[in-house]
Design a protein around this ligand. Structure first.
Ligand code: ASP
Length: 468
């Protein structure tokens, strides 16, 4: 089971071209037939129950190119449910405080046993569960325990799909600072996956010490992208519970459209301001190799989802509408100096910005955006203690030689991805006509950033969405 050997991955076949009986030299008209290869990464919501596991099998079987599957741990079956990873972290906290975690462990074991039984599998999961439970102590490393959610999900999925299980511990390597060792990891996966259909767990790998190390939360996305880059696949799919990237937050805008296409740069710009569809480190490995990322819903697999790729979006009506991301609770610091002449401003701008950034970071503030206008420095930062904000305000004024500084709290930031030159002024005008003042507006290509009162965030976003 699961060890079926296929032709080597991405096999290319050179064939000569014979036209109207005339034999052409093989080198003059070679064409290549390439076996397509897809990495399909399934998130926790696609793996929450036996029924969802079976749906994953249908999706994988529907396309023969899906030969590398990456899984998260089982997620929530419904809003009040628990993610397995959350339960594992909670178990670890209990162990730390010497509080028994048996009840929690039974919940975890029960979820995976029910998936195994509901899928009619024979995998002896009790043995695995008992071995993990028997090894638990206050010294159990947090990352190791958290990683078991992905490990167990992958064991079950491998049997269900009849694919080979490849442990992430056998290929994903970190250095001692927790950075992925790309070339070593890629080479290890290439040799383990070669010619096989595989399932591998997301979220974790090994440190040089041999200890398990996990990515931050949501990190199975990163594993999916690393696997895609390692194997030079044609497509990296990311299956989740939303039909791709939505043009605005559905909890604010009712039934927002889904976005057919984004470039990597556009996605990264929106993620920087709070769009949370994909782990932000998941873009870079595929971007480097120009592999398209496809975000799709396992609940509605018939929908195309969103494709994220290297090229700018094609110019057509469907693609022109703006896409929004937002971030609540922002504080604005502004220093102003009158009478600065343009030339002086332009000559000093790079140093000014660098000095301001250093000042803010030194004051312990987390900077979301920093911009410089004629005689004006504006910083959008995450909220912080009043003392730190005042100290930063003064230092900012010092950097510019400013007479005045303003501090404005309780703001929200709206980022609008604008694909035509007319979009930005239209959106700003719509927000203002809805009676919402814009306290700061800045271009951070390809997005327009607008800071509005937190209390008016919903009104502003709905007005902008209507005008997109
Ligand atoms: N299971 C981990 C989490 O819940 C990693 C992942 O799902 O990507 O964060």
């Amino acid at each position: 089971m699961g060890m079926e050997r296929l032709p080597r991955l991405s096999k290319t076949v050179a064939a000569s071209y014979n036209e109207m009986g005339r034999q052409r030299p093989a080198t003059a008209f070679p064409f290549e037939v390439k076996t397509m290869l897809t990495v399909a990464k399934f998130g926790g919501s696609s793996l929450a129950s036996a029924e969802r596991f079976l749906r994953v099998r249908e999706i994988v079987r529907a396309d023969a190119s899906r030969r590398v599957v990456v899984v998260s741990a089982a997620g929530k079956r419904h809003a009040a449910d628990h993610k397995i990873t959350d339960l594992l972290y909670l178990c670890h906290a209990h162990l730390q405080y010497g509080v028994p975690c048996w009840e929690l462990w039974r919940m975890i074991a029960g979820r995976y046993t029910a998936i195994r039984d509901g899928c009619g599998l024979r995998f002896p999961i009790e043995r695995e569960l008992e071995a993990i439970y028997a090894s638990l102590s206050p010294a159990t490393p947090r990352d190791f325990l958290a990683s078991r959610g992905e490990y167990l999900a992958a064991r079950l999925m491998a049997e269900l799909l009849e694919f080979t299980f490849v442990d992430a511990a056998d290929w994903l390597r970190f250095d001692s600072a927790g950075n992925v060792l790309r070339e070593a990891s890629y080479a290890a996966l290439r040799s383990l996956a070669d010619g096989r259909k595989i399932v591998t767990p997301g979220f974790y790998g090994l440190l040089p010490s041999g200890a398990v190390h996990t990515f931050p939360r949501g990190g199975s996305d990163v594993t999916g992208s690393l696997a895609a880059a390692a194997l030079h696949v044609d497509v990296c799919e990311n299956w989740t519970d939303v039909p791709g990237i939505l043009a605005a937050d559905p909890s604010v805008v009712s039934r927002p459209q889904s976005v057919p296409y984004l470039s990597y740069a556009e996605l990264q710009a929106l993620s920087a301001v709070g769009m949370q569809v994909l782990h932000e480190s998941a873009v870079e490995p595929v971007r480097r190799r120009r592999i398209p990322l496809q975000i799709r819903s396992s609940l509605e697999p018939e929908l195309p989802g969103t494709c994220i790729g290297p090229e700018p979006a094609e110019k057509n009506e469907k693609n022109e509408a703006a896409v929004f991301a937002g971030r609540r609770s922002i504080t604005m610091l502004r220093a102003e100096r009158q009478g600065l002449v343009v030339k002086e401003y332009i000559n000093n701008m790079p140093e000014l910005l660098a000095a301001a950034a250093r000042t803010l970071v030194r004051a312990g503030l987390s900077v979301v955006h920093l911009s410089c206008g004629l005689g004006q420095l504006t910083a959008l930062v995450e909220p912080s203690g009043t003392d730190a904000l005042h100290a930063a305000g003064e230092a900012l004024a010092g950097a510019l030689g400013a007479e005045e500084t303003t501090l404005r709290e309780n703001l929200s930031l709206i980022a609008a991805l604008c694909r035509t030159p007319e979009t930005a002024p239209r959106l700003a005008a719509a927000i203002q006509s809805a009676g919402v003042p814009i306290h700061h507006i800045a271009e951070r290509a390809p997005c327009l950033l607008m800071a509005v009162n937190d209390s008016q965030y919903e009104t502003a976003l709905r007005a902008a969405y209507r005008a997109r």
